[in-house]
Design a protein around this ligand. Structure first.
Ligand code: SUG
Length: 456
């Protein structure tokens, strides 16, 4: 058997995004209820980064493979210059703060922490050329996130450098027809991680074809993922019909604040945990999956009577991480907000833990700083299924160990502020602090030069 065919060698590695030093609440994300309602609050970047690291450490300690991805360079001075702000860095920041404060806030967002939106990944097990395939998401729906893919592509290419094992594709054209938000709208269903998978792509709207009014679309908030974008990513990665299912997200869910599918559904192995309002055609989606999967699908449906759509959005129950254990059971990593909402906590006990499904344990993690911007445990991680050989061929120190955890914690404590109000973003000192911190981080992670300021 060739190295790539040994199913037991494969593990899912969750690559969490380290929260950057400019983490703040600017209310930038339209359709994301948490971001919209917390805009203007004072954030605590240090606490945010430490909460993320504590989650990573807890999962590493519990035996899961845990990786880390660096934050991006913010404020994005290059973006400000491209918008006509000239002069020294200080002058650029000062002019942006007085003439276009909203633009300054956007170029300071630490949104790259939500690595579920960094890109879409296809494991080597499913790709025809036996390599792991990556497409950075274009994130064209919002200006602050549209700034991410260029550096994301460099970071991924730097870590997954070995061309004989890893293939990198360009982000899709950054235009509404190919609006792509990455793995947050993609779920791989399979037996064990090393067995062949079926790829479920969930989209919010279709850009081409059909007449006006023919398709149901959200009325209040934008649909961020198009069918055409999902199809193009699958095409780039070489998947064929038998390996993929496309399903439309329920427009009413988008209008209730479900801006990504991972706010309403999560899959792992053969399990698909989802809310009754996740898909426009629930039965059709399940049937299509069943028809293509080798392993029987295990749907775990949570009805609206058990958890309302509003409670699902407020608690982020479905933005949990569902992780496989060696004994075949699964662990659900939920945000603290699930414990604070009675109906949700009850549904976890009665519906999930006591139900007929592999979910045998719930771990609660506090990621409140990220949650206030609409990012739960599952948003904070990019899932990459890797064989043992692929794991050993990564470049840099990106797989978490006790030593790396201590160094990253000390790095955060050395460089991060514990208080940041939107008005503080104009402080030129913050930009200097960030560059110093990031330069040190690339050395600590041994990933080479990935930031614009390092590339000259
Ligand atoms: O794109 N929030 C992000 C949250 C992304 C969550 N990711 C997943 N569901 N996978 C977004 O809406 C808010 C930033 C601000 O307001 O400053 C923000 O971009």
């Amino acid at each position: 058997m060739s190295e790539a065919m040994n199913a037991a060698d494969y593990r899912e590695v969750n690559f969490d995004g380290l929260v950057g030093p400019t983490h703040n609440y600017s209310g930038l994300a339209h359709g994301n209820v948490a971001s919209m309602s917390h805009g203007g609050l004072v954030s605590n970047p240090r606490e945010a980064a430490l909460q993320g690291l504590v989650k990573m450490k807890a999962l590493m300690d519990a035996g899961y493979a845990q990786g880390v991805l660096p934050p991006q360079q913010r404020p994005d001075l290059g973006a400000l210059r491209s918008l006509g702000f000239t002069g020294s860095n200080r002058e650029v920041l000062a002019r942006a703060a007085s003439e276009a404060p909203q633009v300054l806030r956007a170029v300071c967002s630490a949104s790259s922490m939500w690595t579920a939106n960094a890109g879409t990944v296809t494991p080597s097990r499913d790709a025809p050329d036996g390599r792991v395939h990556f497409t950075p998401a274009n994130l064209q729906s919002s200006f602050h996130r549209f700034l991410e893919p260029e550096t994301t592509a460099r970071v991924l290419a730097s870590i997954f450098r070995d061309e004989s094992r890893f293939a990198h594709h360009p982000a899709l054209p950054a235009t509404p027809a190919f609006s792509d938000e990455g793995a947050a709208n993609h779920t791989r269903l399979c037996g064990d991680h090393g067995e062949p998978g079926v790829h479920l792509y969930v989209y919010g709207r279709q850009a081409f074809g059909g007449g006006p009014g023919e398709r149901r679309a959200p009325k209040r908030f934008p649909a961020r993922q198009t069918l055409e974008a999902s199809q193009a990513v699958a095409r780039q990665h070489g998947l064929d019909e038998a390996q993929m299912v496309f399903a439309q997200q329920h427009p009413d869910a988008i209008d209730a604040g479900v801006f990504h599918n991972d706010v309403i559904a999560v899959g792992n192995g053969p399990v698909l945990l989802y809310h009754a309002m996740a898909f426009l055609d629930e039965q059709g989606t399940l049937d299509a999956l069943r028809a293509k999967m080798v392993t029987p699908l295990i749907p775990v449906r949570v009805p609206s009577e058990a958890v309302s759509l509003d409670d699902a959005v407020a608690s982020y129950l479905f933005n949990s991480q569902l992780l496989s254990n060696p004994d075949g059971s699964m662990t659900l990593v939920v945000p603290g907000e699930c414990q604070e909402r009675e109906s949700v906590w009850r549904a976890i006990q009665d519906h999930l833990l006591a139900g007929h499904n592999p979910i045998g344990e719930v771990i609660v993690k506090d990621v409140k700083q990220s949650m206030r911007n609409g990012g739960g445990p599952a948003c904070l991680r990019l899932r990459v299924v890797l064989s043992a050989a692929e794991r050993t061929s990564l470049t840099g120190r990106v797989l978490l160990t006790d030593g790396l955890y201590s160094e990253l914690t000390a790095w955060v404590e050395r460089h991060y502020r514990d208080r940041l109000a939107p008005d503080d973003l104009a402080d030129p000192q913050l930009a200097d602090e960030t560059l110093t911190a990031l330069d040190e981080l690339t050395r600590l992670l041994e990933i080479g030069s990935v930031y614009p300021f390092q590339l000259g």
